[in-house]
Design a protein around this ligand. Structure first.
Ligand code: C2E
Ligand code: MG
Ligand code: MG
Length: 648
């Protein structure tokens, strides 16, 4: 007597899994379609299994039904042996390796061969009863070729495991394990069934193995963004890694809503989520042409991406422009009129970015240098690449690491004029790097790249060392330079050992703490990081002064700025340029008066004209820095400049 409960449970579990697949899936992509077919196939197999056994139990004596009995067994074997083939197809889908089958067409029949053999064996069984038959007592009996079926399944078993091991890097370890376990788990099912035939556990164990795969590999909460219902940023990262690993060419459109944060503040998170959902629907419409067949992703914080294997560049641009109409311009929401500013870019991989990291760093930063007016920048166009320095941005990591290795950085010094003493009393140290191919590299680009790739601390050490050495040289020559200012990057400000480092270089060159001055930007000063405040306080206690750089560019948290012990505030060039604007002039006047009242000294940066100088002198600023006096100079030129200018 056979126990049927395992099959009944398997059917129930399978039905639930199919229902869950329907409920959870918002995207019927090839992966989900194949998974559904796989589930249905296992469901049919189990039904055939159960039916044939139930049939044996209930109608054993009825000989006239043997054709139907054969039908049930054929159904069972055909669908049972289809499972490993479908699973292999599912593996092609989740590894996104269909293109390999397309490239090597001989692989297709190779993968189908074992199943074709199964079909041939079962067909021959009709005539020869060589796989299975019912004996005189109508008992199911295995024929000599029965193990041919197992052999075919074993071929899929071996090829599946080899395939998974070959593409192991495509999966995180938990998913890889779940997928590999599918095979031994099924082998176990066959063995248990062979040794304890009365427990019909084979399909039950088969179902359990699929359940494991679906719950570990197929996690819709990872793949689908809960706000927009399109693919999530997690799926994006996984898919992009996969595409680069498999060297699969693709085209991508990225769109960034640059004022997302302000929309979020105005609308609140629910309404802003609603807006993102609306934009994702617009995106679906813009990219709906099946020729392009793009996967759509929401990368959070107002960023969208459409990725396609299509090589139709023109179509891609058209879709991007059409999406730009939705994501840029004014928008009415209830009684609110909102402005959306977006930046869009189209590029190809691997042509435009040879590896995953470069591509990701571009996607994370493109909105900071491309126009945010809804226009579509296309990196395939050489003009666009030139205009936005894409070649340089691509090479910058290499340029920086090469410069560190070969010690190519130089420090330039820009003289700072003291209004009171009517001579140059200090200077700002500014880093310079000249590349053979690109010439002088903008320090902003260089510092941003170094912050991103982690080399900034090495560069910071170089700056500290060079500046201290140069200051000691100036003192040795008895130049009347009182201190040199040097810029600290955001990352240096949060260094735990910043104080020790600075003190080390001071003592290395026997300098007094007041002979250098550390500049930090408004943004760095305003970060909610206790360590920044602690660094400023402890170094100030040791006598090292701080300047607040780029004053007027950020959203100054005045109370915080005042609470920190800054000796100097440096007015940014963007403000200097607007000194003749009556409103800015009034604000500057009042700001300078306030700052001077609490004992802070003022440096004005970017003075280029005599008239600007007069204005700031009138306002009572203490120091002036700018091309009006001198651009930043190499060491020798700076020494010459100071010697001649200060002795006039
Ligand atoms: P910053 O600290 O505000 O430096 C002043 C910038 O204004 C310098 O640009 C200087 O060359 C430029 N400048 C000075 N006077 C004039 C003028 O009259 N007209 C114009 N058009 N420009 C003027 P630079 O050297 O390109 O540096 C840009 C920024 O890069 C610096 O802004 C600073 O934030 C950063 N930087 C430069 N060197 C270093 C460094 O050694 N370490 C760190 N962490 N950042 C640095
Ligand atoms: Mg500065
Ligand atoms: Mg500045």
């Amino acid at each position: 007597m056979k126990i049927l409960y395992f099959d009944i449970s398997a059917i129930l579990i399978m039905l639930i899994m199919i229902a869950v697949l329907f409920v959870q899936n918002k995207q019927w992509n090839i992966i989900n379609k194949l998974l559904l077919i796989l589930y249905i196939n296992v469901l049919f197999t189990t039904v055939f299994d159960l039916w044939s056994e139930a049939y044996n139990i209930w109608f054993l004596a009825n000989e006239t039904d043997s054709v139907f009995r054969y039908f049930l067994y054929y159904g069972y074997f055909l669908s049972r042996n289809m499972t490993p083939l479908l699973f292999q197809l599912y593996l092609f889908s989740i590894t996104d390796t269909w293109h390999i089958l397309k490239k090597k067409p001989w692989l297709k029949p190779l993968f189908a061969a074992p199943y074709i053999v199964v079909c041939l064996l079962l067909f021959s069984n009709v005539f020869f009863h060589n796989v299975f038959y019912f004996n005189n007592e109508l008992i199911y009996t295995r024929g000599p070729m029965f193990y041919g079926l197992h052999l075919c399944a074993f071929v899929y078993f071996v090829s599946g495991i080899i395939f998974l091991l070959a593409y192991r890097k495509v999966f995180p370890i938990d998913k890889l394990t779940a997928l590999i376990c599918f095979y031994p788990w099924n082998l176990l099912a066959i063995l248990v069934q062979a040794f304890i035939p009365e427990y019909l556990v084979e399909m039950f164990l088969n179902t359990v193995s699929l359940f494991m795969v679906s719950s570990i590999v197929q996690r819709p909460e990872e793949v689908i963004d809960p706000v927009t219902g399109i693919l999530s940023h997690i799926a994006y990262r996984a898919d992009m890694k996969k595409a680069f690993y498999l060297r699969k060419p693709f085209r991508i459109v990225v769109a960034q809503l640059v004022n997302y944060q302000s929309l979020l503040t105005i609308l609140g998170s629910d309404a802003c989520g609603g807006l993102m959902k609306q934009l994702s629907t617009d995106m679906k419409n813009a990219f709906k042409d099946p020729l392009f067949s793009a996967d759509l992703y929401y990368l959070e914080n107002g960023m969208f991406a459409a990725v396609s294997g299509s090589d139709d560049s023109e179509y891609c641009r058209r879709a991007a422009r059409s999406f730009s109409d939705s994501v840029n311009g004014s928008l009415q929401m209830g009684k609110l009129i909102l402005e959306m500013n977006s930046c869009l870019c189209v590029f190809r991989c691997p042509e435009d970015f040879e590896d995953y990291d470069k591509m990701m760093s571009f996607v994370n930063s493109f909105s900071s240098f491309l126009p945010a007016d809804g226009s579509v920048t296309c990196l395939e166009d050489e003009d666009d690449r030139q205009q936005f320095n894409i070649h340089l941005r691509n090479d910058i990591d290499h340029i920086v690491s090469n410069a560190i290795e070969k010690n190519l950085f130089k420090m330039y010094y820009q003289p700072i004029y003291s209004v009171k003493e009517k001579r140059f009393t200090s200077a700002e140290a500014l880093i310079r790097l000249k590349d053979e191919k690109y010439g002088f590299i903008s320090p902003e680009l260089l510092i941003t790249a170094a912050e991103r790739n982690g080399t900034i601390l090495q560069i910071g050490d170089f700056v500290l060392d060079s500046v201290c050495r140069f200051m000691a040289e100036c003192l040795g020559m008895k130049l009347p330079i009182e201190y040199i200012e040097l810029n600290l990057s955001m990352k240096q400000c949060v260094q735990m050992d910043l104080k020790d480092k600075v003190l080390f270089y001071l003592s290395k060159y026997e300098l007094k703490p007041e002979q250098i001055n550390l500049e930090i930007t408004e943004t760095a000063a305003n970060t909610a990081q206790d360590i920044v405040e602690e660094n400023i306080r402890s170094l100030s206690e040791h006598g090292v002064a701080f300047s607040l750089d780029d004053y007027g560019t950020g959203y100054s948290n005045l109370s915080r700025v005042i609470s920190l012990p800054f000796k100097i505030v440096k007015i940014d060039k963007s403000m200097t340029d607007k000194v003749f604007d009556s409103k800015i002039n009034a604000v500057l006047k009042n700001n300078l008066r306030l700052l001077k009242e609490i004992g802070i000294e003022i440096v004005v940066e970017g003075i280029e004209k005599k008239a600007q100088l007069c204005q700031f002198e009138e306002m009572g600023c203490d120091f002036v820095q700018g091309y009006y006096y001198s651009a930043p100079l190499p060491e020798k030129d700076f020494l010459k400049f100071i010697k001649t200018e200060n002795h006039q």
